[in-house]
Design a protein around this ligand. Structure first.
Ligand code: DMJ
Length: 450
């Protein structure tokens, strides 16, 4: 790939990292900067538009779930910003409505809201957060239980239980095992885990003879709607992730064996070497025929997953492929073609995936490379996407200067800075041995609550 965008003014790569506490303080300060920006312009609303100082409703126009508050809660707690934790938890207890008359996207509601409330409960011990979580999940369940196959519909109205969206990508079908499994554990009500496990089982049962999965299924007929295997890219990315994370959190060997079977097939048919780098191509799930070479930035999380699931050699090369890309495109574009070297989508949605893998691989190996590269990417994002009102997405990272957008996505408060902070902070509230974060960076295990 040719260089993307100009790096004029980009801070030079530091030969030596500042001391850990110095970095941790800087990361925490940056989190506060964006959190204060959200509070000033959009408190109580889902997301802030930090350039214009306006708000964005994430789930449904005209309705708020206070998404950024739910997303930020456990990060605030890990960073020991306790006045803010109280403010956030008080807001949720007073205003979060799990029975709103709105249609929500089930996948987003699970990873952001159910996960956020669970993590908030584990961190603060405030029982109402668990109650809200359960009420919300009860209202998401019709997406699973009214489906003839058990594969969930994409949308559900929280008040009426009406469902819609019968063609669903795999990430939306299967990104719920840890949240639902944990909720079942905490409440003693097995319905949540049973629904999640059934959905995952139904998907795995439909794998091809090559042990590959397609991209999307018709949840009513159970037939494939798209038979391209695009893992680990979206929209199937976290389906694979959650077989592993679910098996870890729930101690479920069946999930682990499904993960292994599918991951081995992805490695066999989709992994491609290009100039010393690894990328994952798209193939037909039945024949293995190569269909494309697009790589989404979201796939960068897979380096961490490969490491966690035991394939550190591949994880290391895949992570380094992304690091090499940051030398050409310091602020990673959303999507590129690894065969032609062309950027396919030049936006940057303040994505956390590269930092997520840095954190996972650092935890597994302790290697300084991951801290160094995470720090560098943090500095780059600070240089490029920091605005007086917080941090924003970019419309085009290939222009000089980078053309900014106007949104702080909710996941920014759950993921990016949490990963970097945990690498440098020796955070006393985090159990570094047992700690487990969800696909949305939510702390689902390992909150050291005294
Ligand atoms: C987050 O909402 C989660 O990480 C999800 O799994 C997919 N990616 C977005 C952020 O990029």
């Amino acid at each position: 790939m040719a260089a993307v965008g100009s790096a004029v003014g980009l801070p030079a790569r530091a030969a030596d990292l500042p001391a850990d506490p110095v970095v941790a303080r800087e990361v925490r300060d940056e989190f506060r900067h964006s959190w204060e920006g959200y509070k000033r312009a959009a408190w109580g609303y889902d997301e802030v538009r930090p350039v214009s100082g306006t708000r964005h409703d994430f789930f449904a126009p005209g309705h708020t779930f206070g998404l950024s508050i739910v997303e930020a809660l456990d990060t605030l707690w890990l960073m020991e910003l306790d006045d803010e934790v109280k403010l956030a938890a008080d807001w949720i207890e007073a205003h979060f409505d799990p029975a709103a008359d709105v249609e929500v996207q089930v996948f987003e509601a699970v990873i952001r809201l159910v996960g956020g409330l669970l993590a908030g409960y584990l961190c603060t011990g405030r029982p109402k957060l668990l109650t809200r979580c359960r009420e919300l999940t009860d209202r998401l369940l019709p997406a699973f239980t009214s489906s003839p196959t058990g594969l969930p519909y994409r949308y559900v109205n929280l008040r009426t239980g009406a469902v819609s969206g019968s063609v669903s990508p795999l990430a939306e079908i299967g990104t719920n095992l840890p949240e639902f499994g944990l909720l079942s554990r905490l409440t003693g009500d097995g319905r949540y885990l049973a629904a999640a496990k059934r959905a995952a089982r139904e998907v795995v049962a439909r794998r091809s003879s090559l042990d590959l999965l397609g991209t999307s299924l018709d949840v009513e007929s159970g037939r494939w709607a798209d038979t391209t295997s695009c893992a680990p890219n979206p929209p199937v990315d976290s389906f694979h992730e959650y077989l592993w994370v679910g098996s870890d959190l729930l101690g479920d060997d069946e999930l682990r064996s499904w993960y292994r079977l599918l991951a081995d097939a992805v490695a066999k048919y989709q992994l491609e070497q290009q100039g010393g780098h690894y990328w994952y191509r798209q193939v037909d799930f039945a024949t293995g025929e190569v269909l494309g070479h697009e790589q989404s930035e979201l796939a960068a999380f897979y380096a961490g997953l490969l490491g966690k699931s035991g394939d550190l050699p591949t994880a290391r090369v895949y992570y380094r492929s992304w690091t090499a890309l940051t030398e050409l495109a310091p602020v990673l574009p959303e999507k590129f073609d690894f065969l032609t070297g062309q950027v396919v989508d030049a936006r940057n949605q303040l994505r956390p995936e590269y930092l997520n893998s840095a954190y996972d691989l650092w935890r597994l190996t302790g290697f300084g490379e991951y801290k160094q590269t995470a720090y560098q990417y943090f500095q780059t994002v600070k240089w490029a996407l920091r605005v007086p009102g917080g941090y924003t997405v970019a419309e085009d990272v290939s222009t000089s200067p980078i053309r900014l957008g106007d949104l702080t996505p909710g996941y920014w408060f759950a993921e990016n800075l949490k990963y970097v902070y945990l690498m440098f902070a020796a955070a006393p509230r985090f159990d570094y041995r047992r700690g487990l974060l969800s696909t949305e960076g939510k702390l689902l295990r390992g909150a050291n609550r005294l």
